[in-house]
Design a binder for this molecule. Structure first.
Ligand code: COA
Length: 144
């Protein structure tokens, strides 16, 4: 499997994988499949795709803040879940953040997706409060 920065031609497949966010409804999640969402990330070089046999099977988009990065969206194609794809993308992102001198990664994850254990298993700490309803908030301090 290879991980690359997303390119414009990857957008249709990324939209397809991000369709999972439509299941929740609401304006934030709708935005995650908009063309402009991906175009913005591609222009900022903040979206990674993981490929198996040249097919995109996972997408992760990051927001760069002043002192930390936020994982804004992460999704793995349904048929490829629980095979280590998400973990690979996450580890790649952690390394990328360290290489770019970020000291922390934060994210919030909507409870609907039930991804809590995924982040715990991958060394993220859950915060005791959430600033967005029905969601978990996680952080990971990075040694740089
Ligand atoms: C959450 C998601 C990205 C995980 O990706 P994945 O490729 O299936 O995860 P991995 O196979 O790399 O799993 C890594 C570890 O986390 C565990 N794990 C993965 N998903 C899990 C889940 N939903 N609940 C509990 N544990 C989970 C795996 O069992 C594995 O554990 P192991 O290392 O002990 O074997 C994927 O399920 C997905 O796209 N879900 C829909 C969208 C979503 O939830 N996005 C994240 C919230 S924004």
């Amino acid at each position: 499997m290879r991980i690359n920065l997303a390119k414009l031609e990857d957008i249709p497949k990324m939209q397809y994988i991000h369709k999972v966010f439509k299941e929740v409804g609401g304006p934030i999640f709708k935005y995650y499949i908009f063309l402009d969402y991906f175009k913005l990330h591609i222009s900022k070089k903040t979206c990674f795709v993981i490929k198996e046999d040249n097919n995109i099977v996972g997408v992760l988009c990051l927001k760069k803040k002043k002192w930390y990065c936020e994982i804004e969206s992460l999704a793995v194609q349904k048929r490829m879940r629980k095979k280590g794809v998400g973990k690979k993308l996450l580890n790649y992102t952690i390394k990328w953040c360290k290489n770019n001198s970020f000291k922390k990664i934060k994210l919030w994850s909507y409870k609907y997706f039930d991804a809590r254990n995924f982040y715990l298993k991958n060394g993220f700490d859950e915060l005791p409060f959430s600033y967005i309803s029905n969601s978990y908030v996680f952080k990971k301090e990075l040694d740089i």
